[in-house]
Design a protein around this ligand. Structure first.
Ligand SMILES: Cc1ncc(COP(=O)(O)O)c(C=O)c1O
Length: 418
């Protein structure tokens, strides 16, 4: 049975009571450690989705009651998600996915870019934040690659200095590697990018489940993350700073031209899921009320305190896994060998000299540990590390709702398997 973590201050029994799979007889015995692929969803989100479907599942924003209420739920969610990330509501969309949002924005920026402009991407990122930008070569942009260290998969900020020039127009970097778990120092990168007047795009998908994004403090011009990894429905949050809206060429119906981010919100939004997205913020608020009482007026202050609890819990879960793997004979552990929340997310990957990643993952099933292996769509990173992409790395990705008992079980299983 899960126990509260006295050292971290997070009431884990209370946390886990918010997520149905932890009490459902079919799923409760499984330790879900593939959270970087997708997190479980709390009751706050499920209930809103159900309310939308039960009562308001009509075209929203008309005056009759079910339609008006559906629209209100969507507006509440957009306002809450914007406030959570310190953006204005007209600076973000809740689109279908990060991959699709990024692809649409990269097309929308084609009119602003010209042949000879330089675009910098990394080979640490998930392909969502590489491929769309690399295709700007089709209009004559020069693509440069900021490459990881082939041993550690880390990006060295000094290497960026050698790539940025007066012709650089866009730099796209991941906030956190979805394979290596390392956090990149966005404000420092933003300074370098802005010094030459370029745009800075950061992919926050692997970071946002673990830290509270602040689009202003990070210095980003564009920022993306996927709500289905931050306890929400399958949607993608995409931020574009208002200063840059006039750089976008309309990708939607002709009459959306000049209407800010409506120009990149091409798909009719998934109304019910957008409406349900406020449940993510309600989840954070439920935890805040339980742990701290109700006194904080400001949403970001409340959520910030909850994320501090998450980080302490996640550090306490990560430390024993890193300690176990870092000196294990035959194991090549990627990313930083620390649990420090300022340096890494609790996304831990490794490969073994003699054992296939696929076999290690398979062996964990006996222990009811849900993990995965492969390239995780960060194929260029896996190749840079000299690994076979089909087998790739073993990834263990934890969240605050994992327990120390689950980690103990993981380590016993790994001990036998390696
Ligand atoms: C770091 C990172 N970026 C982008 C994506 C793509 O997100 P989506 O599935 O919303 O397109 C993922 C998905 O795993 C990811 O881990």
């Amino acid at each position: 049975m899960p126990t509260a973590s006295p050292n971290t201050g997070l009431d884990l029994d209370f946390v886990r009571a918010q997520f149905p799979p932890f009490s459902d007889p079919e799923t409760r015995d499984w330790a879900h450690m593939e959270n970087a692929g997708g997190s479980y969803v709390p009751v706050q989100v499920i209930e809103r989705l159900e309310t939308f479907y039960r009562r308001y599942k009509v075209q929203p924003y008309a005056d009759f009651l079910p339609s008006a209420k559906g629209g209100e739920m969507m507006d509440e969610a957009k306002a809450a998600m914007a406030a959570l990330c310190n953006a204005e509501p007209d600076e973000m969309i809740l689109g279908p996915s990060t991959t699709q949002n990024t692809y649409v924005v990269s097309n929308a920026l084609r009119g602003w870019l010209k042949a000879g402009d330089e675009v910098i991407v990394t080979n640490q990122d998930h392909e969502a934040n590489i491929g769309a930008w690399r295709r700007l070569a089709e209009i004559g942009c020069v693509i440069k690659e900021w490459q990881v260290d082939p041993e550690t998969a880390e990006l060295d900020p000094a290497d960026l200095d050698g790539l940025i020039t007066e012709r650089t127009k866009l730099v796209a970097v991941t906030h956190c590697g979805n394979v290596v778990g390392s956090l990149n120092d966005l404000p420092t990168i933003a300074e370098k990018v802005h010094a030459v007047g370029a745009l800075f795009m950061a992919d926050g998908v692997a970071a946002a489940p673990h830290l509270l994004p602040d689009v202003k403090a990070m210095g980003v011009d564009m920022y993306a993350f996927s709500l289905y990894k931050t306890y929400g429905p399958h949607l993608g949050f995409f931020y574009v700073k208002r200063d840059h809206h006039d750089k976008l060429v309309n990708q939607s119906h002709y009459f959306k031209a000049g209407h800010g981010l409506a120009q990149i919100d091409v798909a009719g939004p998934n109304h019910a899921e957008v409406g349900a997205a406020a449940g993510v913020v309600h989840y954070y608020d439920t935890l805040h009320r339980h742990h701290f009482g109700d006194e904080e007026a400001d949403l970001r202050t409340r959520a910030g305190k909850v994320f501090d609890l998450f980080a302490r819990q996640e550090e306490s879960l990560t430390a024993p896994v890193i300690d176990f793997l870092k000196d294990r004979p035959g194991v090549r552990l990627f990313g930083r060998k620390t649990a420090d929340r300022s340096l890494r997310a609790p996304t831990i990957t490794f490969a073994h000299r003699d054992r296939k990643s696929a076999d290690i993952v398979q062996a964990m099933l006996e222990w009811r540990i849900g993990i995965r292996h492969g390239d995780f769509y960060a194929l260029r990173c896996i190749e840079a590390l000299g690994l076979y992409p089909e087998d790739g790395v073993v990834r263990i990705s934890l969240l605050h709702y994992n327990t120390s008992e689950e980690v103990e079980r993981l380590l016993i299983g790994l001990d036998r398997a390696l």
